[in-house]
Write a new protein. Structure first.
Lengths: 317, 300
């Protein structure tokens, strides 16, 4: 296991190196003078010079990258061009909000996807299966920003069942927090539910055709027992292994969802930073998103290897 | 699906008349595709949308851009079937003209991704070695970024506008085509027909272009069709966030962006463009899924 862990972590280093290069390139790609673009046409010469110096814009690209990555590795992502606050500090405030939204969305997604995926596989090639597959395809095709707007119209504007948008910390008012989270979680959870359902359906079909399931049935176990106790455990493995992909989808979707529902999380921070050309903030958020996905993938691989010794043996061979 | 040229390349084989064989293959493909009813419906809807995009000026009654301040926020009626927007423009005309923006964005962004991804993947998979290692780590890194976040970041650097949004989406989609092409080449390069071509004296470029490329096009085509649906959603998302197509050009995403402010008084402004994105993306997804089923030998 330590060898597997070391190998997996070593493979992560070049990926993270290229991630950092891409994030750095975002500012390097800006046509013209980044300082002027960030501060606007009316900025004073002193302010422009100050920013150029702070960002090291007068130096060669390679030198700028080395300085930037040096700061990043020490936890210094720079300061916001807009309010002068450290990028990391602002992000640390927003991450818990997005984390809450991600968790509630996963709950919504799994609550829809798991029963639907299992049922579709169990009742393969029946009306139930076709209905579930059609719902999943609809979930993948429906644009989340439209779904969000329509939910606000139906549930908040028309029927006044839920507050349209906003956020309140759970420790201040838990009930209002949950009511505010319902629509964003449905919007963010729908696409994920479709993905999980399709994957679970196909892995369940595969598991249901294995010998050990036939044995369980031959022993006279009830359908429910076979499904829940025997088949589910193995069918869920592929679903768990795409956690990194799921997290990527959630973080991308959070940009849209948080903007529509005015949730002050990392996604809305990204959009505000882009619209105000606050590049250090853009870099910070993008770097965080990619690093989170890479690290979740490593964690998933490790858990997977812990659960399934064959993976370790294959790697060692 | 093995290209007919592959069989023809084997030494000692009789020469196959390519046009006839190709035609037969295409007819067989069509027959297989037509068996999937949903895919057929999807294809018809896609053709209808393409038709609307091409003939937009002839099928619409009103200008999609010119404001009409005497008719603002009118609910759907005989004159304006989908109502009018905040500037009095006919929503139906804007939705129909919006098909042009969406299809253009889908096709061009995916075109950029294929044009970069396919050759890079071909070379990477064919030659392997250090170049392949580096390219794979770069694609790993690019695939680590949540796709919309990377598209937004690139748009942040390049600036707003439809053209820049298409470039950003194209760049973000490139790694999946590099990966796909590389994976296909890795299995094709070990095939007998490649060895046969090499034995007959064909150089690397000829082997890649004339023998391997035609054999890996089917999965690339399927992936491209599914990516087009994702690219259309991505363009709409960028325009919705104010970073893609800029007003007054009709785009479904920017129409939804404006519609948010009038949700209480003019919900039709949000309903139709969203429905248009949904139907288009669903139809392309159905077509892509049908193509995959028709082309994938394992699903036969």
């Amino acid at each position: 296991m330590p060898r597997f862990l070391a190998r997996r972590l070593l493979l992560t280093i070049p990926v993270l190196f290229f991630v950092s290069l891409i994030v750095f390139a975002i500012v390097a790609l800006i046509p013209g003078d980044p300082a002027r673009i960030m501060l606007g046409e009316e900025a004073s010469r002193e302010a422009l010079e100050g920013l150029r110096k702070e960002m090291g814009l007068n130096r060669p690209l390679a030198v700028r990258y080395v300085i930037w990555i040096g700061h990043v590795l020490r936890g210094d992502l720079g300061r916001s061009v807009r309010d002068g606050r450290p990028v990391l500090e602002t992000m640390a405030q927003k991450i818990p909000v997005t984390a809450e939204l991600a968790i509630t969305s996963i709950v919504v997604a799994w609550a829809i996807a798991i029963p639907m995926g299992v049922l579709a596989a169990w009742k393969r090639r029946t009306v139930v299966d076709y209905a579930a597959t059609t719902v999943a395809l609809t979930g993948i095709s429906i644009p989340n920003f439209w779904l969000g707007i329509m939910l606000i119209y139906l549930l908040a504007v028309n029927h006044r069942l839920l507050p349209p948008s906003g956020y309140i910390e759970p420790w201040i008012d838990l009930s209002r927090n949950l009511r505010l989270m319902v629509m964003p979680s449905i919007v963010l959870g729908t696409a994920l539910a479709a993905l999980v359902m399709r994957l679970l359906r196909s892995s369940m079909i595969e598991v249901l055709s294995t010998d050990y399931i036939r044995t369980a049935r031959a022993k006279g176990l009830a359908d429910r027992g076979v499904l829940l106790r025997h088949a589910m455990k193995n069918a869920m493995i592929p679903v768990a292994t795409i956690m990194g992909l799921q997290l990527g989808g959630l973080l991308g979707g959070a940009v849209i969802t948080e903007t529509i529902f005015s949730v002050p999380g990392i996604g809305r921070l990204a959009i505000e930073a882009i619209l105000t050309r606050d590049y250090p903030m853009v870099q910070g958020v993008v770097l965080f998103a990619a690093t989170a996905v890479v690290l979740v993938n490593v964690a998933v691989d490790l858990v997977y290897a812990l659960l399934d010794p064959r993976i370790r043996l294959e790697e060692a061979a | 699906m093995r290209h007919p040229a592959a069989q023809a390349a084997l030494p000692g084989d009789t020469v196959v008349a390519l046009p006839v064989s190709r035609n037969r293959g295409f007819r067989y493909l069509l027959r297989r595709y037509a068996r999937n009813r949903l895919a057929l419906v999807g294809l018809w809807v896609v053709l209808l949308i393409v038709g609307l995009a091409v003939f937009a000026p002839w099928v619409t009654q009103y200008s999609p851009i010119k404001p009409d301040f005497f008719n603002t926020l009118k609910p759907p009626d005989h004159a304006h079937v989908m109502g009018t927007d905040d500037l009095g423009r006919d929503v139906l005309s804007r939705v129909i003209f919006g098909t042009r923006t969406s299809l253009l964005a889908g096709v061009i962004s995916v075109g950029i991704a294929v044009l970069i991804g396919l050759p890079v993947g071909l070379v990477s998979g064919f030659y392997r070695g250090r170049l392949d290692d580096v390219l794979m780590r770069v694609t790993d890194a690019m695939l680590s970024f949540p796709f919309l976040v990377l598209a937004l970041a690139i748009t942040a650097a390049l600036g707003t506008g439809l053209g820049k949004a298409m470039i950003a989406i194209g760049i973000v989609f490139t790694p999946q085509f590099i990966r796909l092409a590389r994976g296909q080449v890795l299995s094709e390069r070990e095939q007998n027909y490649v060895e046969a071509a090499r034995g007959l004296g064909a150089g690397d470029t000829r082997i890649i272009r004339r023998h391997i490329l035609p054999n890996i096009l089917s999965p690339v085509f399927v992936q491209a069709s599914l990516a087009t649906a994702a690219a259309i959603t991505a363009e709409a998302a960028l325009s919705f966030l104010g970073l893609g197509t800029q007003p007054p050009t009709p785009s479904w995403g920017s129409m939804l962006n404006i519609a948010q402010a009038y949700l209480g008084s003019a919900p039709w402004m949000a309903l139709w463009p969203g429905l248009a994105i949904f139907i288009t993306v669903l139809a392309i997804n159905l077509t892509g899924d049908g193509l995959r089923e028709a082309l994938d030998p394992r699903l036969r």
